[in-house]
Write a protein that binds this ligand. Structure first.
Ligand code: CTP
Length: 404
């Protein structure tokens, strides 16, 4: 475990578990981290700012304006300073503010200004933790791409026994350490990711397309960028924001435009991930003017689009790893393995439409990953941001074995 040159900002909120934070701070500093601490006024009832400022060798920030010294604690400076923002212990109250954007203290203003990865470690009584509103807020905050450090089970300060106890400092430190280790795992790698649907025009106002939202491809692009990759994201029409300003995004509309963009970028890519739901057919002719209702064609003649994955698979170079996606409804494993072979891919991520809550449009996905080594690994239903992390872990392991 090392935190050499890492800047960690810890936000403490008003829970009894705050007494464990000085231990965490000591651990992080011992392993090389630079730590700054933000506290809500309520947190000061559980642990003293003096204890923490002595340990971190920085003043502890509580209010935007420190009346005693006249100093202004800039939330933007604090947010920009951090490589990682950990909210621990996190109360149900501050969790709800994170989910809704209520900004009534310095900690919340800093949270909203932070662009770095955010981890949160809830601590509360078991009924508060289980309450639907808390669970919903956790899901909302996770959907922002933040990482939940799940509370453990055990005796709670209230005397009740169950889930809600903040994770122990040693384990929190391990989680952060493994995150920093991963954050470098794709450094120096050029990655091409495709995402979203393609739109195949019939005339200037009509098109053929599919229900792909682009969420899976965007989550992957974000995850790989966070792990140090130099990501180019080629996206069909979607209504999603680019997950990081470090990602180079190219917007396309049709399958042929996506093919052209990919052919230009692929030669310099170490890793190619084809998460787009490329249309398999396109109208043979695009009408130049809108087809009038009275001229309704009795037949729409379609021709196949070029398979981008198979094209890049044919041109695969020794330094490249190619990952395809497969959406299957029957004989799922056999069909996916066939795609792996036919398209000369190294890895196929299989989505099954029959899994409830998974697939197109939604925020969750359930995948099985197959590779050319004959392995297939099934995963649980998870938010797409977490699925992206599983896929990135798998690819990292696969690429490490290839180069070993
Ligand atoms: N794909 C592609 N170009 C196409 C069609 C698909 O690059 N013209 C890629 C997708 O991005 C995905 C993979 O091929 O990574 C598999 O897509 P899928 O729709 O499951 O399979 P198809 O090859 O289209 O075959 P089928 O529809 O018959 O299952």
């Amino acid at each position: 475990m090392t935190f050499q040159n890492r800047k960690i900002l810890i936000g403490i909120t008003g829970s009894i578990a705050a007494y464990k934070i000085p231990l965490l701070v000591r651990l992080l500093i011992k392993e090389g981290a630079e730590v700054k601490v933000l506290m809500t006024p309520a947190a000061c009832d559980f642990v003293t700012p003096l204890t923490l400022s002595t340990l971190i060798n920085h003043p502890v920030c509580i209010e935007p304006f420190d009346k005693a010294t006249g100093a202004w604690n800039s939330h933007v400076d604090l947010a920009n300073w951090a490589d990682l923002f950990l909210l621990a212990p996190l109360t149900a109250n501050t969790l709800a503010k994170m989910a809704t954007g209520v900004t009534d203290n310095l900690l919340m203003a800093t949270y909203l200004a932070a662009r770095c990865p955010v981890f949160f470690a809830p601590a509360m009584d078991l009924d508060m933790y289980k309450h639907p509103t808390t669970q919903r807020n956790i899901e909302i905050v996770r959907s922002f791409g933040h990482t939940l450090i799940e509370p453990g089970s055990g005796e709670l300060a209230s005397g009740l026994y169950g889930e809600g106890r903040m994770e122990e400092p040693e384990h929190i430190a391990e989680i952060l350490s493994s995150f920093f280790y991963k954050s470098k795992s794709f450094a120096g790698k050029n990655v091409l990711v495709t995402a979203g649907p393609t739109l195949e025009a019939i005339d200037p106002v009509r098109f053929i397309s599919n229900h792909s939202s682009g969420k899976m491809g965007f989550a992957l692009a974000g995850e790989l960028s966070a792990r140090g990759a130099n990501v180019t994201l080629v996206s069909g029409p979607v209504s999603l924001a680019t997950p990081s300003k470090n990602i180079h995004r190219i917007d396309v509309v049709s399958a042929s435009q996506m093919l052209e963009a990919c052919k230009n970028i692929a030669p310099s890519a170490n890793l190619i991930i084809m998460a787009a739901a490329v249309a398999d057919f396109t109208p043979k002719e695009i009408h130049k003017t809108k087809i009038k209702k009275k001229q309704t064609p009795s037949l729409l003649e379609l021709i196949p689009t070029i398979d981008i994955l198979a094209t890049l698979g044919k041109q695969k170079q020794p330094h490249q790893t190619i990952v395809g996606f497969a959406l299957e409804t029957d004989n799922v494993l056999e069909n996916a393995r066939m795609k792996l072979q036919n398209k000369n891919a190294d890895i196929i991520v299989l989505n099954s439409l029959s899994d409830e809550g998974a697939g197109f449009g939604g925020s969750n996905n359930k995948i099985t990953i197959l590779d050319t080594k004959g392995r297939d690994t099934a995963y649980e239903l998870k938010p797409k941001t977490e699925v992206a992390a599983d896929i990135a872990d798998y690819i990292f392991d696969f690429m490490s074995r290839q180069s070993a």
